[in-house]
Design a protein around this ligand. Structure first.
Ligand code: UDP
Ligand code: MG
Length: 324
């Protein structure tokens, strides 16, 4: 039987302009990792921050050699690419991801390790009394349902990044050539056993959310199209329904035109216009959706490395490494 014992825990944190939270995050994470009683490392991935984040993490890597690793990307690639960059450096047999903003408490690490040792490949978390606006919670409900269908794994909170993955799941994720990935969904598609544990959730410790309204809309679109082609199929359904309706209507109009007065058909012009508008609208939505998928094909076909690490501090043997 496969052994589920964990010896070495790696924590990966994407950091983008988090100077306000970083010091507290590092000290609390290290304390929590110490409590697990395992070997551990804390990998901080700087995603092109423009504030003091790099300075803080470099200092932490220097004061905690072997325990804290600072990985600096050369520009901003986005949260999930930053995590993938961190994955390329992990040495542990269990990998935990967490956000830098302390919305999820690092104190939960021991519980995540425990749940993984109980025989799970992926340990998800559910945020209790979530402290986010409706703008954040409503779209995430929709995405959750889509993700449940796409991965076949029933998890309630795909948006929560505090998660633990066994090393083999991480290795599988690293082999995926997709550019626009959403780590929790990708991870679940490679997991045999999963479980969820409830965790606390609080307001951001400092700074602002890195997701503006437009970035959020982008993220949701990205998520939906990366998981399923259902919207395309939905278009086909709606399109065929509409075409059939139009066909029936035109037959009706022809019959009225043949057997009724001329007056009636002149008025019918407006009906036709209305139908035309509806069809045009549907076509446009369809084209937009197609564009969405073609955009994905485009970025995947270009097959650029997802990230380039500029430098790694606190690890001698991993000086230069890129996304491939
Ligand atoms: N983040 C990142 N690159 C980005 C945006 C965000 O590395 O382009 C990091 C950010 O530093 C944080 C995590 O991703 O650690 C989640 O970001 P945030 O808390 O702003 O998202 P929210 O909680 O609002 O979903
Ligand atoms: Mg946050």
């Amino acid at each position: 039987m496969k052994s589920y014992a964990v010896n070495f825990v790696s924590v990966v944190v994407p950091v983008y302009n988090e100077e306000g939270c970083l010091e507290e995050l590092i000290s609390r994470s290290l304390a929590a990792l110490e409590k697990t009683g395992k070997r551990y490392e804390l990998i901080l991935v700087d995603d092109g921050s423009r504030d003091r984040s790099v300075e803080i993490m470099t200092r932490a890597a220097e004061t905690h050699p072997g325990q804290v690793v600072a990985c600096i990307l050369n520009r901003n690639y986005g949260q999930h690419s930053a995590i993938m960059a961190g994955f390329s450096l992990v040495r542990g047999d269990l990998v935990i991801t967490i956000d830098a903003d302390l919305q999820n408490p690092p104190e939960e690490f021991p519980r995540l390790v425990e749940a993984a040792e109980a025989g799970n490949d992926v340990v998800g978390t559910v945020r209790q009394n979530r402290k986010d606006s409706l703008l954040r919670t409503l779209p995430s409900k929709i995405v959750n349902i889509a993700a449940q269908r796409a991965t076949g794994v029933k998890m309630h909170d795909y948006g929560c990044m505090l998660r633990a993955y066994r090393r083999h799941v991480v290795e599988a994720m690293k082999l995926c050539n997709e550019r626009s990935t959403f780590i929790p969904v990708l991870g679940n598609s490679f997991a045999r056993n999963t479980c969820e544990i409830p965790v606390g959730h609080s307001e951001r410790a400092a700074g602002e959310s890195k997701y503006s309204f437009f970035k959020l809309i982008n993220l949701q679109f990205n998520l939906l199209t990366c998981m399923t082609t259902f919207p395309l199929r939905l278009m086909t359904y709606v399109g065929s329904g509409l075409a059939f309706f139009g066909f029936l209507l035109s037959i009706y109009i022809i019959i009225r035109r043949l057997f009724d007065s001329e007056d009636w058909s002149a008025q019918g012009v407006f009906t036709l216009f209305a139908i035309q508008f509806i069809i045009c609208g549907v076509l446009l939505i369809g084209m937009g959706l197609l564009g969405e998928y073609i955009g994905r094909i485009y970025t995947d076909v270009r097959a650029r490395p997802q990230f380039f690490i500029e430098s790694v501090i606190g690890r001698e043997d991993e000086a230069e490494k890129d996304g491939e």
